[in-house]
Design a protein. Structure first.
Length: 77
């Protein structure tokens, strides 16, 4: 009998039928699948960086050279 690992939540599944049309019903190896890890909460620094990036994207779009650098400085400074 197949059982899940004690430290992980998941299930053993059969990946599908292998063997071709003349050998129906043959199964290959079992695979252990589980849910992906939960996302961790963002830190205050990550939130601040994201806000500055969104400002640069919104305010500085289409600007080049010194105009872009000045605009970027306004958003990040």
């Amino acid at each position: 009998m197949l059982r899940g690992m004690k430290t992980k939540k998941g299930a053993w599944v059969k990946p599908g039928r292998h063997g071709g049309p003349y050998l129906p019903g043959s199964y290959y190896l079992y695979t252990y699948v589980r849910a992906p890890p939960k996302p961790y909460p963002k830190t205050a620094q990550q939130k601040a960086i994201g806000a500055k990036g969104r400002c640069v994207r919104k305010e500085c779009k289409g600007k080049k050279g010194p105009d872009f650098f000045e605009c970027r400085q306004k958003c990040t400074g």
